[in-house]
Ligand binder design. Structure first.
Ligand SMILES: Nc1ncnc2c1ncn2[C@@H]1O[C@H](COP(=O)(O)OP(=O)(O)OP(=O)(O)O)[C@@H](O)[C@H]1O
Length: 282
């Protein structure tokens, strides 16, 4: 396991955007977070990455790398789990929990290669030990950026300014920028939003490739994408985790079907009174 939440809750005034969520993520798992509009998906990501502070509950993270920056008290726990409940976004990013925002982290007038190179430098530059040890760090950042461009299929556009990429290519560049931070967990926010249907496959191929050696969480509205690439799907509705399982389990969940039809009020019972038979805890 790499990430855990316990009783994670966020309230905005009278609205409980995330409601007592117990969740954990395996290393190497590709987990989609879905739910109707306003279900709490973005808030959940914002809590995980430290953009928002929880009202209640806790978040723990187990970075794979040696010499992680530690918890907010500066100490690693003996079992490798660090309490990141109160960590700031730059701290969670340094530890290896990376969020890609919808294109907003791309420098539009800079080349594709430079976009990734700067991200690699920003990450490596934070590690002063490595900086002093390696006098060729600058070349290393280029080499790393070139390897990432190869992985995200943008080598031939390395010198193109980022603003001249197609929307789908920009989404891939965004993943490349996140990869330059050497993440353990990559959180992707609607990676196929705005991508033409013919380019969606290209984006999902890259996500699946990245998921081979990273844990990936994605918020995604395209159900074909979700059902096609997820190992696991977590479903939020009105802040509650109403289902969490493999695509087949979630597809067959009555609670999920009700939530998407708009009839779910979080208190109904199924006709047989037992949602757990479908792997759903409503
Ligand atoms: N900063 C905020 N202040 C007040 N209420 C908020 C704030 N952010 C989110 N909310 C509310 O919390 C609930 C969950 O919102 P959130 O954006 O997390 O849902 P979502 O599942 O990401 O929705 P969508 O799919 O529409 O983007 C909504 O009722 C929303 O109005």
């Amino acid at each position: 396991m790499v990430l855990w939440t316990s009783n994670l809750t966020k309230r905005f005034g009278g609205v409980t955007a995330v409601d007592s969520v117990d969740f954990s993520l395996e290393r190497g798992e590709l987990c989609s977070v879905i739910g109707p509009n306003g279900a709490g998906k973005t808030t959940f990501f914002n809590l995980l990455t430290g953009v928002l502070e929880p009202t209640a509950g806790s978040i723990e993270f187990a970075p794979a790398r040696d010499g992680g920056v530690g918890g907010t008290d500066g100490s690693d726990s003996p079992n490798g789990r660090i309490d990141i409940t109160d960590a700031q976004p730059h701290e969670t990013a340094l530890m290896g929990l990376h969020r890609s925002y919808q294109i907003t982290n791309i420098f539009p007038t800079v080349s594709v290669l430079e976009n990734v190179r700067v991200a690699a430098q920003a990450h490596r530059g934070s590690d002063s030990w490595q900086f002093w040890r390696n006098v060729n760090a600058f070349d290393d950042h280029y080499a790393e950026a070139e390897a990432i461009l190869d992985r995200i299929g943008l080598t031939e556009y390395a010198d193109r300014t980022a603003q001249n990429l197609s929307h789908g290519e920009k989404r891939n560049l965004e993943i490349g920028i996140a990869l330059a931070g050497d993440p353990d967990v990559l959180l992707l926010d609607e990676p196929t939003a705005g991508v033409s249907s013919e380019d969606v496959g290209q984006v999902t191929d890259i996500i699946e490739d990245v998921a081979a050696d990273h844990a990936v969480m994605l918020i995604e509205h395209n159900m074909d994408v979700v059902m096609g690439i997820s190992d696991r799907i977590a479903v939020l509705n009105r802040g509650e985790l109403i289902a969490d399982g493999d695509p087949e389990t979630v597809r067959n969940s009555e609670a999920v079907q009700r939530a998407y039809l708009g009839g779910y009020d979080g208190t109904e019972e199924t006709p047989d009174g037992d949602d757990t038979a479908t792997g759903v805890s409503a």
